[in-house]
Design a protein. Sequence first.
Length: 153
Amino acid sequence: MSVEIRKDCPLDANMGSVNHDVNGEATEGGVKYYTLEEIRVHNMCKDTWVIIHDKVYNITSFLEEHPGGEEVLLEQAGSDATESFEDVGHSTDAREMLNQFYIGELDMCDRNLKTQEVPDTPSGETSSSFWTTWLIPAIAAAIVGLVYRFYSF
Ligand code: HEM
């Protein structure tokens, strides 16, 4: 079996023995790794996958049983549901339930992509916040000062 290294992902090279099985899915020590692209297509009621804490779950059979309703799950289908899952404050039982639906792990490179997609300071914001925070108030203060001096003489 040949070992394929994703050229866009230097991490694959660091992961050791990442193999690709007959379906082209990456496996390491029996664990399957799915890319965001592969997960995204499982976004319908007959085929629903979600990511929670970098783990991938096939929750198709759970949709109708979910106490919170299937709509909320379908909204997250094919994407990362970690935030909404945590926002609800699910019980330990609910967390243990997840194990039944576990099918694999999110690809290491896509974990990085997710963090890169949410930068602390989006580009462009630094310069615009400089204007609104400092320069505009400074100019306004200078004008008020000049007007005050003009009228006080
Ligand atoms: C995919 C794995 C999920 C499992 C196994 C799961 C399981 C459960 C369970 C067992 C409950 C009953 C309360 C509890 O024990 O905490 C529950 C409630 C609830 N879940 Fe989930 N849940 C999942 C995902 C989600 C997601 C992604 C959302 C939000 C988008 C969500 C929204 C809710 C809501 C709103 C309730 C409260 C229902 C109520 O109190 O009326 N759940 N869930």
